[in-house]
Design a protein around this ligand. Structure first.
Ligand code: UDP
Length: 357
């Protein structure tokens, strides 16, 4: 039966700005799958958002600051004229037109508001544990509304005290958007938000040691952090290409010998890992967080000791051992959009049938 869903985006940036990181792709993929399957939905997001050709209800207001680098005891902060509050006020007013509300924002307010809504809310948590205040409110929802919280990976779920109450749905991508490349150029790729938790400096250091060019793509979220990297590694063979669209990004990515992933934090998933595999590009990552659940060590890339630049350098030297066609095959068998869409649809149906009982 077709569902009617209201999808609420992240409040840290407009969709397509890159500020939302992997959730922008995840939300786009969800819209794509819902549309393919004949479900009705509307997307609510901050002003100036774009989501492919899907219409977006744009809500004005001040953006929420990102949660990634907050201390464990950080309080919840809401700006004046908060876009997050405005988005959820809109949702409150129109909720009766929908069967289910989907929340992808890693924010306190949607969790707090859950019991005050008439309609069920499916919360997709996109990051691991950050602050105690967030953990507390998410746990309250996990206990009061069983089955309504989903995460990307087991590793991510285990960062939460309520990890065993989370549903693990993984991720998936539209494989037709990523072209396989058998013959790469002698260069490496690094993709993502340029922010301290992603530790780009380690990839730059590895490029400097190996002398292999590193193509960097992604939104500069923290300008002073980026300037520090440029100052610390003036001679590293790096090239910054900007924040690219998926189509442009995969054209650059697929020509690279490997993707370097250097998360300092517990990366919840790492959409960039499966995007690389889809192009036949092996992934060299720290053995930490989501990438450690994705990369098959020695087969579709290498998992190296966390925070070890030497480990990255050694893995780069071993890249000839990897068969790039096996990388593409792994993406096809484990990360198709269809398989992910099935899991998301089942999750929504389970929430709705639980309240129907
Ligand atoms: N990305 C992009 N263009 C770029 C660099 C990155 O569209 O130039 C996207 C990439 O496709 C991925 C997202 O940025 O979907 C990064 O997500 P990931 O899950 O790896 O990390 P997050 O930012 O969520 O921590």
């Amino acid at each position: 039966m077709p569902l009617k869903l209201l999808l609420l985006s992240t409040s840290v940036g407009p969709l397509s700005s890159g500020l939302g990181g992997g959730v922008e792709l995840t939300l786009y993929n969800l819209a794509q799958e819902l549309w393919q399957r004949g479900h009705e939905f509307k997307v609510v997001a901050p002003e100036n958002s774009k989501l492919g050709t899907f219409p977006v209800i744009e809500i004005p207001g001040e953006l929420q600051t990102t949660a990634q680098t907050q201390a464990d005891t950080a309080p919840i902060i809401m700006p004046e004229n908060s876009v997050l509050a405005n988005m959820w006020d809109y949702a409150r007013q129109v909720q009766r037109e929908y069967d289910l509300i989907f929340n992808i924002a890693y924010d306190w307010l949607p969790f707090y508001l859950t019991p005050f809504f008439d309609r069920p809310i499916a919360h997709f948590i996109s990051m691991g544990a950050m602050t105690r205040a967030m953990d507390e409110i998410m746990e309250r929802v996990a206990v009061q509304f069983p089955g309504t919280i989903a995460v990307y990976t087991q590793t991510q779920a285990h960062t939460f005290p309520f990890g065993d109450r989370c549903r693990c749905v993984g991720s998936g991508i539209d494989l037709s958007l990523y072209q396989f490349c058998a013959q790469p150029e002698p260069c490496l790729a690094w993709l993502g938000r340029i922010a301290p938790e992603k530790a780009l400096e380690d990839a730059v250091a590895a490029a400097q040691i190996t002398g292999m060019k590193l193509k960097i793509m992604g939104k500069i979220q923290d300008e002073s952090y980026w300037q520090q990297i440029l100052a610390d590694y003036p001679k590293a063979p790096i090239e910054y290409l900007g924040f690219l669209t998926t189509a442009q990004m995969q054209q650059e990515l697929r020509q690279c010998r490997a993707l370097l992933m250097t998360p300092r934090w517990i990366e919840a998933f790492g959409n960039v890992a499966i995007e690389a595999l889809a192009c036949g590009v092996p992934v060299i990552s720290y053995r930490r967080g989501g990438p450690a659940e994705i990369v098959e060590d020695g087969k579709t890339g290498f998992l190296v000791e966390p925070d070890s630049v030497t480990g990255l350098v050694e893995a780069i030297k071993d890249l000839d051992e990897i068969d790039r066609s096996i990388c593409r095959t792994q993406a096809e068998t484990e990360y198709s959009l269809k398989a992910w869409g099935d899991r998301m649809e089942r999750w929504f149906e389970d929430i709705l049938s639980a309240i129907a009982i």
